[in-house]
Design a protein around this ligand. Structure first.
Ligand code: GLN
Length: 445
């Protein structure tokens, strides 16, 4: 099988399935043509199709962030992760649907329409990397890149019954990734198998001089062992509270027992400030977003409003027409939190509480190797049921956000079903201890 044959077969399959799931925004029709060799030749990943979330720049292939304002945007350079994936032999097969600018938990804020969950097409696939998750879970691709600012790789992985990992902040370059919240954003991998995610993460990790938050720490050669003997596992009381569905809790508890049976010890611990994570996140993420999204002015990028009479008009009309409701909500919230009279009361306070959340984790990691709990309090919910109530939607991310605020590597591994829908176990490790996550996840796979 040649790389071109595999790419063409994959494209045919995606075209047949896209009307049903809407997981892709743009396909790379030229996929695989650049290198016509046997799949797997020279490099393990040679010729393997990879779906890429549409907020990651791909030179010459439209990149929209699922926003109207970027609906015609053609990048003139590749993100570092795009380049690295290509250098490892992976073939960019197309760009996946997502929540607009990665703001959302259900993929319903996309300008290109909602994505469907392959387990039940009346359910959301989660978000914001919902297209990536749906594409993998429905068998269109083996793996996909996503981004995770507050849970956007792990929650859709959980909702779709696949593996998803967000590495340590700084492990993977953010250069060429459309910025949402720069102190939280990380690129991650979604795949059916833990080993595939480890291979792909290996390929895209490492220091990048174009991203001054990227880490110079050496990327180890990850080996997926499936070994948790002697591992000290902590279950935060706050992650198993009354907000978590009984069916989810049951599967999570069963999975924790499996870790125990395989030789790890399990204790209950406290993360007392985790309860403030959602509030802290929405102030910090929205503040950074309001600043990052200033660049969409109708002049340098994307769609410019017609019928404009002066410069102010260009800005106001382009942004009013180009951004969706959720993005506008975040810009308003962030601008408010950063404004002179309120900066100390909101942004500064949030930054202080963020430090308390980090300290909570540091304390737990003095005695433990891994923090586990549910990835999401519920399984995938019905399309259309939460989109009208932002606070209900935001609360869905209460269990994934803490790892972003603390910059920790975290993953979701499928551990069973509740009422026919997949449940994910979240695994959070010490900074740069992705290896611990891979080993534990492999035991549960
Ligand atoms: N759902 C969260 C939000 O809407 C997280 C999104 C993300 O991780 N990109 O901000």
């Amino acid at each position: 099988l040649s790389t071109t044959e595999l790419a063409q077969a994959t494209l045919t399959q995606i075209k047949a399935m896209n009307p049903q799931f809407n997981a892709f925004i743009t396909l790379n029709e030229a996929a695989g043509q650049a290198i016509e060799v046997e799949v797997g030749a020279d490099q393990k990943l040679m010729g393997i199709p990879l779906a890429i979330k549409d907020n990651i720049l791909t030179r010459g292939l439209k990149t929209t962030a699922a926003s109207k304002i970027l609906s015609n945007y053609m990048p003139v350079y590749d993100a570092t992760v795009t380049k690295k994936a290509q250098a490892a032999g992976l073939v960019n097969i197309g760009k996946t649907n997502m929540d607009e600018f990665a703001m959302g938990s259900s993929n319903e804020t996309s300008y290109f329409g909602a994505v469907k969950n392959p387990w039940n097409t009346n359910k959301v696939p989660g978000g914001s990397s919902g297209g990536s998750a749906s594409a993998v879970a429905s068998g269109q691709v083996l793996a996909a890149l996503g981004t995770d600012t507050g849970g956007s790789v792990r929650q859709p992985a959980s909702f779709n019954g696949i593996f998803g990992i967000k590495p340590t902040y700084g492990r993977v370059s953010r250069y060429g990734v459309i910025a949402f919240s720069s102190s939280l954003d990380q690129v991650g991998v979604l795949s059916r198998h833990v080993r595939d995610a480890a291979e792909i993460l290996q390929a895209i990790s490492g220091y990048d001089k174009h991203d001054n938050t990227s880490s110079a720490k050496e990327v180890p050669n990850w080996q997926v062992q499936g070994d948790v003997r002697g591992l000290k596992v902590a279950v935060p009381e706050e992650f198993m509270g009354s907000g978590v569905d009984a069916g989810v809790k049951e599967q999570v508890e069963r999975a924790i027992q499996v870790l125990e049976q395989n030789g790890s010890t399990v204790d209950t611990v406290q993360l007392p400030h985790a309860q403030y994570a959602v509030q802290v996140y929405y102030i910090i993420a929205s503040s950074e977003a309001s600043s990052n999204l200033q660049r969409y002015d109708g002049i340098r990028y994307g769609v410019r409003a017609k019928d404009v009479h002066n410069l102010e008009d260009v800005y106001v009309k382009s942004r009013s027409e180009g951004f969706g409701d959720e993005v506008k909500r975040r810009i308003m919230l962030g601008s408010f939190a950063l404004s002179a009279g309120y900066f100390d009361a909101y942004f500064n306070k949030a930054a202080q509480v963020r430090t308390l959340i980090i300290d909570d984790f540091n304390k737990v990691f003095e005695d433990y190797d891994l923090v586990v709990g549910p990835t999401s309090p519920t399984t995938a919910f019905d399309l259309g049921t939460r989109i009208e109530d932002p606070v209900v939607m935001y609360m869905n991310d209460i269990l994934t956000i803490p790892a972003n605020l603390a910059g920790l590597p975290a993953a979701s591994v499928p551990v069973g079903l509740a009422d026919g829908m997949p449940v994910g176990l979240q695994l959070i490790a010490k900074p740069f201890a992705e290896q611990t996550i891979f080993n534990a996840a492999q035991v549960l796979e």
